[in-house]
Design a protein around this ligand. Structure first.
Ligand code: ADP
Length: 261
């Protein structure tokens, strides 16, 4: 087996909204080039945790983080960290498509433009390549300058993934990327994630409640749970195969058998 390299190392991470503790003492490695699934009941802190990995969580108000998160050995919670750069390297796709009220082209070009000026032909190339990578080109190539909000829900979600890919992230965080989609659109997004998975340089983290999907898509799985004080904890982490076939914790076994059947 090739040696695993940590793209992100989470060290004893705890999180508070105001004074309310949401999750505590999470330590785990997110391995480069692998897909890590985060599963667990609603409200146990999965979304909050994932948004801590690129500091998006700070956009949600008065929050406090204890412990650390290292992205390729750099502590992302250090003061001098450039947040625009961090969020380019670790980008996020949310459960519901959150496109800007702009054209298909401008949505994808937006983040690229923030990073610096590109000649028009170069920008065109980046936009086309990202939309192709998101398996959307054939569907939108004649609508590039039409409003992105006129696309179907599934197309909008793949455009969000194209937007995330356009800035060449090393990690993509996906918070229930199929949440709002009908079954056909869900299959397309899942197929897209399968193809992105073949890229050895891209690391993905996916929150999902669909355990069949987790089995199909992920290499590693972390199970979060709320403890008796209603605080989230990561109770088990391992290869997806191990978590699904031979978990150590009885809560993992119960959660999986309940949700797989
Ligand atoms: P999950 O993704 O596992 O469903 P979340 O991370 O969304 O869990 O939420 C974890 C807990 O944090 C929940 O109890 C939720 O009510 C609380 N929470 C989420 N967002 C906020 C917020 N902006 N302010 C205060 N509490 C929040």
């Amino acid at each position: 087996m090739n040696q695993l390299i940590s793209a992100i190392k989470v060290k004893n991470l705890s999180f508070y909204y105001n004074t309310q503790k949401i999750f505590q003492n999470v330590s785990m490695d997110i391995y480069q080039g692998k897909v890590t699934a985060i599963i667990g009941p609603s409200g146990c802190g999965k979304s909050t945790f994932v948004k801590c990995l690129n500091r998006m969580i700070e956009l949600e108000g008065k929050v406090r983080v204890e412990g650390g998160v290292e992205f390729f050995n750099q502590n992302i919670y250090e003061r001098r960290v450039n947040l625009t750069r961090l969020r380019r390297q670790v980008s996020i796709v949310l459960p519901k498509p959150n496109l800007f009220p702009m054209s298909v082209y401008d949505n994808v070009a937006y983040g690229v433009k923030i990073l610096g000026w590109h000649p028009k032909a170069e920008l065109d190339r980046i936009v086309e390549s990202a939309i192709k990578d998101a398996d959307l080109w054939e569907e939108v190539k004649n609508k590039l300058h039409k409003s992105a909000l006129d696309l179907s829900g599934g197309q909008q979600q793949r455009l969000c993934i194209a937007r995330a890919l356009a800035v060449k992230p090393q990690v993509i965080l996906m918070d229930e990327p199929c949440f709002a989609l009908d079954p056909i659109a869900r299959i397309k997004v899942e197929g897209l994630i399968q193809r992105l998975r073949l890229r050895s340089e891209l690391t993905m983290v996916i929150i999902s409640h669909n355990l069949q999907q987790v089995q199909r898509l992920s290499d590693f799985t972390a199970l979060f749970y709320t403890n008796e004080n209603r605080i989230g904890e990561m109770i088990e982490f391992g290869t997806t195969n191990k978590i699904f076939t031979n978990p150590l914790d009885s809560r993992t076994r119960d959660y999986i058998s309940y949700h797989l059947n």
